[in-house]
Design a protein around this ligand. Structure first.
Ligand SMILES: NC(=O)c1ccc[n+]([C@@H]2O[C@H](COP(=O)([O-])OP(=O)(O)OC[C@H]3O[C@@H](n4cnc5c(N)ncnc54)[C@H](OP(=O)(O)O)[C@@H]3O)[C@@H](O)[C@H]2O)c1
Length: 320
C-alpha cells in the first residue's frame, strides 16, 4: 500500500502475505441465475446477465492484464456465481475471494459447512480470502473470528476479511483475530465517487490505522459512473430505482460525470477508468463488476495511467 500516484499493479492485502492486484473483478452477477430465488439481488439488481462465453472472455482478458482476484459470495445467485467461478477457473492461477454466510438468517455455527460447500462449488481446496459478508445480530463477531481462525489453521483459508463492517465492528474483529495471531486482511464496503461515506464514518481511517485493506464494492456506482446512463436512459434491473437518477443525486451524478468526461478526454481514457483510478490512488482496492470482455478490458486499463494531484482534487470537489 504505497506511493499515491504510482502505477504499480500489485499490493499486499492488509498485513497478510497475500499479493493481490490493485484492482479485482467482481462476479456477483455471473452464473446461471435460473435456479436462484426470485428475490436474490444477484439475479434481479442488474437485469439480464451475460453468457458463459462472455464471462469466460472477461476472465481471460482480466487475467492477461494481471487482474487475477475474483470476488464472489455464497449468497450470489444461491451459489450460482461460485459455481460459475469454479467452472471457469479450474486449474487457473487465480485468487478467489468469497463470503459467508449463505443466507440472511444463518448462524455462526454453520461457517465450517458453508465453507466446505463454497470450496466444492469453487472446485478448490482453499479460499484465498474468506470474508464475513455483513454484520448480523445473530452472529457474534469474536465467535465468527474464532471460526475463521480455525479455518486458517486447517489450511482451508489463506486470509480473513469482513464486509460492511463499521469502524467499531472492524476493531472488534481485528482484536479477536489478533488473539489468534492472524491479521484482519480487509473490509469490503461500498465506496465510489458517488458514495464517499467510508471517508466520513471512520471506516477508511480505521482501515488505515489497523493496516486493513479497504476493498471498494460498486466502484462504478452500479454502472452510473460509466457515463452511459442518464435519468432518461436508466439501467436494467432494480438499480434503475437508485437515488442517483433523481433529485440531488442526479445533479451530483451529472457534475461528476462531466468531470470524468473531461479528465478521460485529457488522458485518452474512459470515464470508468478515471472513476476506478481515483479509488486506486486512494489506496483502496476496487472490484468492478464486468459482464463482458470489453468491460473487463476497459476496467483493467485503470491500472495503466496516473491522475495528477490537481485532477484528484477536481474529482473530490465534483463529488463532494
Ligand atoms: N460486499 C457486498 O455487500 C457487496 C455488495 C455489492 C457488490 N459487491 C461486490 O462488488 C462487485 C462490484 O460491484 P457491482 O457489480 O455491484 O457494481 P459496479 O462494479 O459499480 O458496476 C458493475 C456494472 O457496471 C457495468 N459496467 C462495468 N464495467 C463497465 C465498463 N467498463 N463499461 C460499461 N459498463 C460497465 C456493468 O453493467 P451493465 O453493462 O449492465 O450496465 C456491470 O455489471 C460485485 O460483483 C460484488 O463482487 C459486494
Amino acid at each position: 500500500m504505497s506511493d499515491e500516484g504510482s502505477a504499480a499493479a500489485w499490493m499486499m492485502l492488509g498485513r497478510t502475505d497475500l499479493r493481490v492486484p490493485r484492482l479485482g473483478l467482481g462476479v456477483m452477477v455471473w452464473g446461471d441465475m435460473a435456479a436462484a430465488p426470485r428475490w436474490n439481488p444477484a439475479r434481479n439488481a442488474y437485469g439480464p446477465t451475460s453468457s458463459v462465453d462472455e464471462q469466460r472472455e472477461a476472465l481471460e482478458i482480466s487475467l492477461a492484464a494481471g487482474v487475477n482476484l475474483l470476488d464472489t459470495a455464497a449468497m450470489y445467485g444461491k451459489g450460482a456465481s461460485e459455481r460459475r467461478v469454479g467452472e471457469l477457473t479450474e486449474s487457473k492461477d487465480v485468487l478467489i475471494a468469497t463470503k459467508f454466510p449463505a443466507g440472511f438468517f444463518s448462524r455462526a455455527a454453520s461457517l465450517p459447512a458453508t465453507l466446505e460447500a463454497s470450496l466444492a462449488r469453487l472446485r478448490r481446496p482453499v479460499v484465498d480470502l474468506y470474508q464475513i459478508h455483513f454484520p448480523s445480530r445473530w452472529m457474534s463477531i469474536p465467535t465468527l473470528m474464532n471460526l475463521m481462525a480455525d479455518a486458517v489453521e486447517a489450511g482451508k483459508v489463506r486470509a480473513v476479511g469482513v464486509s460492511n463492517y463499521s469502524a467499531a465492528q472492524l476493531r472488534t474483529a481485528h482484536a479477536a483475530l489478533s488473539r489468534r495471531g492472524i491479521p484482519l486482511a480487509s473490509n469490503q464496503v461500498q465506496y465510489s465517487l458517488l458514495h464517499r461515506q467510508p471517508e466520513r464514518n471512520g471506516v477508511l481511517d480505521t482501515c488505515r490505522e489497523l493496516g486493513v485493506t479497504l476493498i471498494a464494492y460498486m466502484p462504478l456506482a452500479s454502472g452510473a459512473l460509466t457515463g452511459k446512463y442518464t435519468a432518461a436512459n436508466r439501467p436494467a434491473g432494480w438499480r434503475r430505482y437508485s437515488s442517483v437518477y433523481r433529485g440531488n443525486g442526479l445533479a451530483t451524478l451529472e457534475r461528476v460525470n462531466a468531470t470524468l468526461r473531461d479528465l478521460a478526454a485529457q488522458h485518452d481514457k474512459t470515464p470508468s477508468q478515471v472513476a476506478l483510478r481515483w479509488l486506486v490512488q486512494r489506496h483502496v482496492l476496487p472490484i468492478p463488476g464486468a459482464k463482458t470482455g470489453p468491460q473487463a478490458a476497459d476496467n483493467a486499463a485503470a491500472l495503466s495511467f496516473v491522475l495528477a494531484e490537481s485532477e484528484m482534487d477536481a474529482l473530490n470537489t465534483a463529488s463532494s
